[in-house]
Design a protein around this ligand. Structure first.
Ligand code: WTA
Length: 635
C-alpha cells in the first residue's frame, strides 16, 4: 500500500484505499446531489432509525430558518445507543479511554448504554425534562460524553463549556442558557497539573442565580467544597435507589423528539463580547454528522478511531461523541496533554490501542514536530490508515511531516473545513481524493460552496474572496439561541440569501479550496476559537484598564496568538509586573486558553471618528505592514 506522489505535489491515494472505501467516486454522489438535493439527503436519512417518518425533507418556506425532516420523530441517542444495544454490537467496544495518569477504562455499547440510562434516570429524578438546558463543564473523562448522551436521551438541551474556560466565561454561558443543573468534576489532570474545576464552578455560581443542582464527578479525589442541598456526588446519585424508582435504574425510555427539537447549544465567539449559542437539532444534525464521518473517515466496523479534540468544542460534539456512536464505531479518548510525560505520549497511544484513523489539529502537529522524528519513530504506527486535520489551515510543512513521519506516506490526510455553525464537514477530501498539502480540497457532495467578492459576485480562480455556502444542509445551525435577528444579520445578510462563513479563501483552477483565515474579529489560537471582543471585555473588567483592543498575530506553533493593547484609567501607574498580572487576570476570568501572549500599555488606541477601535491598524503596525486607508481614523 503506497501512495504515489506525482509532480506538482498532488498526492494520490493507493488503489487499496480507494477500492476499499465506502465512497470511491465522489463525482457520482456530487452529481446526484446537484440534480436533486432533497432526494440525496433523504437517501442518507434512511440509514438512521426514526420513530415516525418525515412529511418533508427540507422545508425552505421561511429562509434562512430552514427545517429538515419536518414531521419526523427520532432521538439521536436512540441511534447512538438503543439500536446498537439491540443488535450484535451490544458487546462491541464503544469507548476506550486513558487518563493522563495512565488509568484505563473501556465501555462496550451495553456498558455505555447502561451508564447513560442510569444517569438519565438521575436527571429525570432531579426534575430535568424535555427542553431544559443543562450545563456541562468537565475534563476529558468518559462521564462527559455520558452526561451529554443522558441529557439528549431525556430531551434536555446540553450546553457544554470547554474545561479551558473559566469563571466569567462560565457565568455568561449559564446566565444566557438559564440552566438549573450543572454537571462538573472535582478537577482534571492536564500536563501533570490538576485543574480545580469545581472551585472555578463555585466562583462562577456566586454570579449566577438560576442554578439549583450541581452534580460532581470524582476524578482527582482532591477535597472540594460541597454545598449541602445544591451539590451532589455523581457516584452517590448513581448508586441511589431513587434513580431506580423513577425508571428502573439501568433501564430508561428514550424520549421521542421532533426532528427539529434542539439537541444542544454550543457557545462560540463572534464579533460581540457576548458569546452566541449555536443551536443544533436531533434530526438534521444526526444525518449530516453520521453521513460525513462515514464517508470522509471511512470508518469500518473493525476500526479504532481517535479524534484528539475536546468534547467541549464542536469537533468533539460531532466527531467524538455523536458521529462515532451513530456509526456503531469504536473510539478512543485521552484525557491529557500530548507531551505528558514525554513527547511520544500520543504515538505510544496509537501503537498501544492500534488506532486506524487519527484526527487532530495543525497546531498539535506543529507542536509535536518540534520535538523531532525520533519520538514517533520509536513506535509502531503501522495500524494507521487515514489521518485528519481540522481547526485552521495546515501549513504545507506540517502537512508533509504528518504525512511522511506519522503516516509513513501511506495514509491520506483528510483536511476537513467546517465550523461550529455547520455542524458537519463541508469542504473536505474523501479517501479517494487526490490531495494538495494545505488545501481542504472540494465541497462535500450536496454542499454548494463558492467564493464571492465584496459585491457578492463569484471571483475568478486564484483570486481571494469571501467563502460562502449557497444552499442549506441538514446539520446547519437553526438559529442563535434567543437571538434569531442576530442569526439573520450575522450569517445571511452580508450576501442576502447566502450563508457567510466569516472566512476568506481562494479556489484554484482545479476547483480546490484554499482557506486563508477569518475576516472577522475571531482569532484562532491553537485551533481554539476566541473573539477579540470577549478578550477585550475581560481586559476592561480589570480595575486599572480603561480600554482594550485584542488582535491575533501569527505564531509558529499556535497559528495565531493574542496581542492586547490597553489604555489605563487616568491616574493608574502600571507596576513592574503589570503585564503579567493582567495576563493572569484574563486567564482567571476567561480561561487559560485566552491568556494574551503579549500586552502593551498605550496612551491611546486608534479609533474611527465614531469611536470604533481600528484593530486592523494595530495589526498592520505590529507586523510592520502598510496601514491602509486611514481616512476614517480620528484625529
Ligand atoms: C477554521 C472548528 C482551514 C475556519 C471545526 C473556520 C479551518 C473556523 C479548517 C471554525 C480547515 C476549521 N482549514 N481553516 N480544515 N477547519 N477552520 O467553529 O476559520 O471552532 O471558520 O469549528 O475554523 O472554527 P470552529
Amino acid at each position: 500500500m503506497t501512495v504515489e506522489q506525482t509532480a506538482g505535489e498532488l498526492y494520490l491515494p493507493s488503489v487499496e484505499i480507494v477500492n476499499s472505501a465506502h465512497i470511491n467516486n465522489r463525482d457520482v454522489l456530487a452529481n446526484m446531489a446537484t440534480q436533486d438535493l432533497v432526494k440525496f439527503w433523504e437517501e442518507q436519512a434512511k440509514e438512521f432509525d426514526w420513530f415516525s417518518p418525515w412529511d418533508k425533507v427540507l422545508d425552505d418556506s421561511n429562509p434562512p430558518f430552514y427545517k429538515w425532516f419536518t414531521g419526523a420523530t427520532t432521538n439521536i441517542v436512540y441511534n447512538c445507543l438503543d439500536r446498537h444495544v439491540a443488535s450484535w454490537r451490544r458487546n462491541k467496544l464503544a469507548l476506550l479511554w486513558e487518563g493522563e495518569n495512565g488509568e484505563q477504562r473501556t465501555y462496550s455499547y451495553h456498558a455505555l448504554n447502561r451508564e447513560v440510562c442510569m444517569f438519565a434516570n438521575v436527571l429525570r429524578s432531579m426534575g430535568v425534562k424535555k427542553g431544559d438546558r443543562v450545563t456541562i463543564y468537565m475534563g476529558r473523562i468518559p462521564e462527559l460524553p455520558i452526561a451529554m448522551l443522558a441529557c439528549a436521551k431525556v430531551g434536555a438541551v446540553h450546553s457544554v463549556i470547554y474545561g479551558g474556560f473559566s469563571v466569567e466565561a462560565i457565568h455568561g454561558r449559564i446566565d444566557d442558557s438559564q440552566s438549573n443543573v450543572i454537571i462538573t468534576c472535582d478537577g482534571g489532570f492536564m500536563n501533570g497539573k490538576t485543574i480545580e474545576l469545581k472551585a472555578i464552578v463555585d466562583e462562577a455560581l456566586k454570579r449566577c442565580a438560576t442554578v439549583e443542582h450541581v452534580i460532581v464527578v470524582r476524578r482527582t479525589g482532591h477535597e472540594v467544597s460541597m454545598e449541602s442541598g445544591r451539590d451532589y456526588w455523581y457516584h452517590d446519585l448513581m448508586g441511589l435507589p431513587v434513580a431506580r424508582s423513577t425508571g428502573g435504574g439501568s433501564r430508561c425510555e428514550t424520549e421521542e423528539m421532533d426532528a427539529e427539537d434542539p439537541l444542544f447549544l454550543l457557545y462560540t465567539s463572534g464579533t460581540t463580547g457576548k458569546p452566541k449559542a449555536i443551536l443544533h437539532t436531533h434530526g438534521g444534525y444526526m444525518v449530516g454528522v453520521g453521513t460525513t464521518l462515514k464517508w470522509v473517515f471511512d470508518l469500518k466496523e473493525e476500526d479504532r478511531y481517535w479524534c484528539t479534540a475536546d468534547p467541549g468544542w464542536i469537533t468533539g460534539h460531532s466527531y467524538i461523541v455523536y458521529g462515532p456512536l451513530l456509526l456503531g464505531a469504536t473510539s478512543f479518548m485521552y484525557e491529557g496533554a500530548p507531551t505528558f510525560p514525554y513527547p511520544n505520549r500520543w504515538w505510544s497511544l496509537v501503537e498501544r490501542y492500534g488506532i486506524n484513523v487519527f484526527y487532530t489539529a495543525p497546531t498539535a502537529i506543529r507542536g509535536l514536530m518540534r520535538f523531532g522524528d525520533a519520538w514517533p519513530n520509536r513506535h509502531d504506527l503501522s495500524s494507521l490508515r487515514l489521518l485528519g486535520s481540522v481547526g485552521e489551515p495546515i501549513n504545507p510543512e506540517a502537512w508533509r511531516w504528518y504525512y511522511e513521519v506519522i503516516g509513513k506516506s501511506r495514509c491520506p490526510i483528510m483536511d476537513t473545513w467546517w465550523q461550529t455553525e455547520t455542524g458537519m464537514f463541508m469542504i473536505t477530501p474523501l479517501p479517494e481524493t487526490p490531495l494538495k498539502p494545505g488545501s481542504a480540497t472540494r465541497a462535500f457532495p450536496g454542499v454548494d460552496a463558492d467564493i464571492y467578492d465584496e459585491n457578492g459576485r463569484p471571483v475568478a480562480p486564484g483570486e481571494e474572496g469571501y467563502l460562502v455556502l449557497k444552499s442549506p444542509w441538514p446539520a446547519m445551525l437553526r438559529t442563535i439561541y434567543k437571538d434569531p435577528e442576530r442569526y439573520v444579520s450575522q450569517y445571511w445578510s452580508r450576501f442576502p440569501g447566502v450563508y457567510f462563513t466569516g472566512d476568506s479563501a481562494r479556489k484554484d483552477k482545479d476547483g480546490y479550496f484554499w482557506i486563508i483565515g477569518r475576516v472577522d474579529d475571531v482569532i484562532k489560537v491553537s485551533g481554539y476559537r476566541l473573539g477579540t471582543a470577549e478578550i477585550e471585555s475581560a481586559l476592561v473588567s480589570h480595575p486599572s484598564v480603561a480600554e482594550a483592543a485584542a488582535i491575533g498575530m501569527p505564531h509558529e506553533i499556535k497559528g495565531h496568538a493574542i496581542h492586547a493593547y490597553v489604555m489605563l484609567r487616568s491616574g493608574v501607574e502600571p507596576g513592574e509586573d503589570f503585564e503579567n498580572e493582567l495576563k493572569q487576570y484574563v486567564a482567571h476570568e476567561l480561561g487559560p486558553i485566552a491568556k494574551p501572549e503579549k500586552i502593551t500599555v498605550v496612551p491611546q488606541l486608534p479609533k474611527t471618528r465614531s469611536g470604533k477601535i481600528m484593530r486592523r491598524v494595530l495589526k498592520a503596525r505590529a507586523q510592520g505592514l502598510p496601514e491602509g486607508d486611514l481616512s476614517t481614523l480620528e484625529e
